[in-house]
Write a protein that binds this ligand. Structure first.
Ligand code: CA
Length: 223
């Protein structure tokens, strides 16, 4: 039996439509599987950044210097991200302060913001050095003190420790800490570290394995 041209056209159209539907389903499933999608990535305006300004993907960490998970992230995941995505220009990384642990979080955040205001080049060294000072073990033990900040700052090139301590005492850059708190509210951050890859807030149930973050970045890069 000879097929009519109309039947052929209808069949091809149906196949094309079916493929498009499948594609839409697959694309949506891919992006949804990494977490909550926001309309926009968090703004990095006024925030410390690492990597190229024109990187196609932004990764924003909402973190707290007092949080053990954030220390683990900083020591285990961040260096891999830096090697694989930040150094080659694929990702611009940024950190927003979360103040979930009271006065110590406030002091650590203010100190970090003050270092950043004084010399952005010195920020990341201070950031990583402060995390490395977080003691293992008793998570509640107090360790963020003015003395500790002075000691950490003294060990980093490009920080004027005296000016730093004066500005911390005077709350000079408290506005920057408050700017971060507004972002925490805007993105409804409830735990730390919370990681956003462009507009996607990663939900991996707190496991933070490198593979998940890698897949989320690759999806945004279109790889
Ligand atoms: Ca900030």
């Amino acid at each position: 039996m000879k097929k009519s041209p109309l039947k052929v056209i209808v069949t091809i159209t149906l196949i094309v439509v079916a493929l498009l539907v499948l594609l839409v389903v697959l694309v949506n499933r891919d992006s949804e599987s990494f977490g909550i999608e926001f309309d926009e990535a968090p703004s990095t305006e006024g925030q410390p950044t690492d990597g190229e300004a024109d990187a196609p993907v932004t990764v924003v960490e909402f973190g707290d210097f007092k949080c053990p998970g954030c220390k683990a992230w900083d020591e285990n995941i961040f260096p891999q991200l830096q090697e694989d995505y930040i150094d080659n220009g694929d990702v611009q990384y940024s950190f927003v302060n979360v103040l979930f642990h009271g006065e110590e979080s406030r002091l650590a955040s203010l100190a970090a913001e003050t270092v950043y205001a004084q010399n952005p080049e010195a920020y990341w060294d201070f950031h990583h050095a402060l995390f490395s000072e977080q003691p293992d073990g008793n998570q509640q033990a107090a360790w963020v003190t003015m003395d500790k900040i002075e000691e950490v700052a003294d060990g980093i090139e490009g920080i004027d420790t005296e000016a730093l301590m004066e500005d911390i005492e005077a709350d000079t850059y408290m506005d920057e800490v408050e700017r971060d708190e507004e972002m925490i509210d805007a993105f409804n951050v409830e735990s730390t570290p919370t990681i956003m890859v462009n507009g996607v807030m990663i939900d991996d149930e707190g496991t933070f394995d490198y593979e998940t973050i890698q897949q989320a970045i690759d999806a945004e890069l279109g790889e």
